[in-house]
Design a protein around this ligand. Structure first.
Ligand SMILES: N[C@@H](CCC(=O)N[C@@H](CS)C(=O)NCC(=O)O)C(=O)O
Length: 223
């Protein structure tokens, strides 16, 4: 059966930086499901119009189309119950919802303020006017203003990571001995930060870096 994932790409088609798409690439690997990615750009709305919405990830799994990363994870868990669980049990499922909201409401905005200017230059030129317009409206300032204030945003980013780092000092993964979808969610955010930033955002000996490498190693993913 063919399985396709529409995955956000930069000017370089190999540059895949979407936090939401990374969640699903890890979730598919976790379930042991093969797939091909289709590089997609912000302005290629027509390409995913069949999904009846405007964002990626979009998963086409045989005859089924699913969008929204959380809905895709729930779909995979239901459709492929024999693969390793993404949520384990009711407690994990409930706590994962908190991780999702923490990532989206605390981590993502802290990362976005730091990386939007450097990410902007990595985008396909056809996407840049759209990205500028939508992100400047969201942040209420120009990309250049964001860049000039960058240093003032670093403390909030560092503070956002503290509870996560403290957790990793006591256990290997959010899922305990092995990654679960909660790990995939946080990994997506930090992979977006790593790929979009012009400078390293944490040290190589940071537990966060070791955790990222351990997540990639778990699934045999290169970078
Ligand atoms: N709630 C959605 C959010 C997906 C999302 O925001 N995707 C971004 C890429 S990271 C996108 O496609 N944006 C399109 C746009 O900004 O027009 C999910 O969890 O999948």
């Amino acid at each position: 059966m063919s399985r396709k994932l529409y995955d956000l790409a930069g000017a370089d088609p190999q540059l895949r930086f979407s936090p939401y798409c990374w969640r699903i690439k890890l979730a598919l690997a976790h379930k042991g499901l093969s797939y091909e990615t289709i590089p997609w750009r912000f302005t290629e709305k027509d390409e995913i119009a069949f999904s009846a919405q405007t964002k990626v990830p979009v998963l086409v799994d045989g005859g089924e189309t699913v969008s929204d990363s959380y809905a895709i994870a729930e779909y995979l868990e239901k459709k492929y119950p024999n693969g390793p669980a993404l949520f384990n049990d009711i407690g994990t499922r409930s706590l994962t919802r908190f991780v999702k909201h923490w990532a989206e409401d605390t981590l993502h905005p802290a990362i976005a303020r730091l990386i939007l200017p450097s990410l902007f230059v990595l985008l396909d030129p056809k996407d840049q006017p759209y990205f500028r317009k939508t992100r400047e409206a969201a942040f209420g300032m120009t990309i250049e203003d964001l860049a000039s204030k960058r240093d003032s945003y670093v403390p909030a980013f560092k503070a956002a990571l503290v509870p996560f780092r403290r957790t990793l000092e006591a256990q290997a993964f959010l899922g305990g001995p092995a990654p679960l979808f909660a790990d995939h969610i946080v990994f997506g955010a930090l992979q977006w930060a790593r790929k979009g930033s012009a400078v390293p955002l944490w040290d190589l000996d940071d537990p966060i870096q070791r955790w990222m490498e351990a997540v990639l190693d778990t699934y045999g993913i290169e970078n």
